[in-house]
Write a protein that binds this ligand. Sequence first.
Ligand code: YZS
Length: 270
Amino acid sequence: MVNINIVDRVCFIEMQNAKKLNCLSDELCSEIRAGLRKAFDEECCAVVLKAQTRNGVWSAGHDIHELPLDGQDPLAFNVPMEKLIHDVQDIPIPVIAYVEGTVWGGACDLCLSCDMIVASTNATFAITPAKIGIPYNASGIMHFMCQLGPNKAREMFFTAQPLTALEALNVGMVNHVAEIDALPALLEEKMLNPLRRNSIIAISAIKSQFRLLTKYSVSLPPEELERLHGWRSKVYSGRDYKEGISSFLEKRSPNFISKSKDLFPPEEQH
Ligand code: YZS
């Protein structure tokens, strides 16, 4: 599912499950995580996460077939896709998302969790939980808020509409955009050659500081955390979530009927 190739201290991890649109299945996430560990063990100075595309799709996001229907949190801390997102942020080596094509759902969060993104002009980025009745999760929402600002992040989550590569560049989500043929040279000149020249121990210390500063920049009192979890569990154990998954798999439009007030029953309002 994944090809790992180390060239001149850079670890290229290529998703090769194009026939399944590189859906972030548990297996694919585990193989990418193994690639990250190999990059660290082999003392690489950078990781490049790329994909073999089909129908122009870089990754179709979480494998919808693997979303739990038994009331479990689909985006719990310990699900493989979330573990991959944590590993990308925790590995003390710059991880660059190299995007040629469309990116959907959790794959968009994965790209945002990388340290930098270079994209081809035909790339697009969409976060789509609202299309499936998923409440997303706080750490993922934070990634978008930090990278895009609250307004653009809300627009992406609420509309589930793709952002073009140029729009993503304008809001600072993407570092560089180029025509697909020019992207390899841009990656080498703007990123990989400087990374090979610079001090990796200094970069590791700087990346680790970035991680701590963003991780602890928000502190919610425990009761607010519990309230947040209450909202999420109501949604992912509710009707719209099941309807979102069924409608996708049955290739029909969803019929969402849950109401906002279902989240805030009168007895709980204060
Ligand atoms: O009909 P077959 O069996 O060939 O299967 C179809 C699709 O069902 C399948 N497929 C997927 N299967 C599981 N999980 C997926 N995410 C997924 N996406 C697609 O692949 C076969 C080809 O799909 P088509 O729709 O026929 O292909 P195409 O017309 O080229 O459209 C490609 C896209 C990617 C635009 C389309 O498949 C699509 O919109 N897929 C869903 C993208 C998406 O919303 N992914 C987010 C998944 N959820 C998450 O990542 C998070 C949990 S959340 O929802 O919170 O963001």
